[in-house]
Design a protein around this ligand. Structure first.
Ligand code: GUN
Length: 290
């Protein structure tokens, strides 16, 4: 059985550190960091993430402002809200929860975000800093994955890391971090990749960020691989009070026994993404206000 990479435990440790810093600010009569969150539409996974982000803000003592809009909001209205957040000195950082409705250009939205307040690390300026000596606000999920691997002393140097999913949120920045910080050999697979299993079977470290439960089956993984499951999909479950449960992209039950390390869903990468967001918000606050 692979050893569990306990993201929840690590996220709790990070949260305690951030809460301690907030306490110090309060004791010095300073204002506390303030995160803005824009949430659009009714997508289940987005609501799960945003609920977690709000809960984390409350737990560490950050202020937060949630701006929630219907999926019909126009791009120009949304851009105006972003301009307002850019100019609001009370907001240290903000995020626009993705995905966005199809009529809104993600590119337009991200381009407008002030990189100093871009606590998701999505802007070109922050994204590019992954490969510089002075990283700025790094994308939260890949940053969390790198921290988790470090914490469990998983060697990445010289290993073959296969990433499934090439998104701007996870796959693309993850690949750069794995090369730059991890010194790994990287393969990125995406929806046009032919014979996915041929690639995944070669992975010493397999990182999957697609959002398709059961995509990775046991026959697609080599023995003793390290498995990082970034997928998070709500599936209806009437036995649960909340009416759904969360599933990753990996067939955990059958893959865990043959892996060396594996992240659970929930309790793996998800909480770390949120912990990284708290760290970035604190960093943005400190860079702008101290
Ligand atoms: N959608 C899925 N993950 C994320 C994330 O880390 N940030 C934002 N803004 N949207 C997401």
């Amino acid at each position: 059985m692979g050893k569990l990479l306990d993201g929840k435990k690590m996220a709790n440790e990070i949260q305690s550190e951030v809460a301690h810093r907030v306490e110090e600010l309060r004791n010095n009569n300073k204002r506390v960091p303030h995160l803005g969150i824009i949430l659009i539409g009714e997508e289940g996974a987005s609501h799960t993430y945003v609920n977690g982000k709000i809960k984390a803000c409350k737990a560490v003592g950050f202020e937060y402002t949630l701006l929630q809009f219907a999926a019909t909001i126009t791009e120009s209205k949304l851009l105006k809200h972003i301009e307002r957040l850019n100019q609001d000195d009370d907001i240290d950082g903000f995020i626009v929860q993705l995905p966005l409705p199809e009529h809104i250009s993600v590119e337009q939205i991200i381009t407008l975000i002030d990189s100093k307040k871009d606590v998701d690390g999505f802007t070109n300026h922050n994204f590019g800093s992954i490969i510089s000596d002075q990283p700025l606000l790094l994308p939260a999920t890949p940053f969390g994955v790198m921290e988790l691997l470090k914490r469990y002393q998983v060697t990445t140097k010289g290993k073959h890391c296969v990433i499934v999913g090439a998104s701007r949120i996870v796959g693309a920045p993850m690949s750069l971090m794995m090369v730059e910080q991890g010194q790994a050999t990287v393969t990125i697979c995406h929806k046009f990749t032919q014979d996915l299993a041929e690639h995944t079977r070669k992975a010493d470290i397999l990182i999957v960020a697609v959002g398709k439960p059961g995509l990775i089956t046991a026959d697609m993984v080599k023995s003793d691989a390290v498995i990082i499951d970034v997928g998070i999909t709500r599936v209806p479950d009437t036995t649960k009070k909340i009416g759904f449960r969360l599933l990753g992209d990996v067939d955990f039950e059958n893959i865990a026994p043959k892996s060396s390390f594996i992240t659970p869903v929930p309790g793996g990468v998800g909480p770390l993404t949120i912990a990284s967001l708290l760290l970035n918000t604190l960093k943005a606050y400190e860079q702008q206000h101290t």
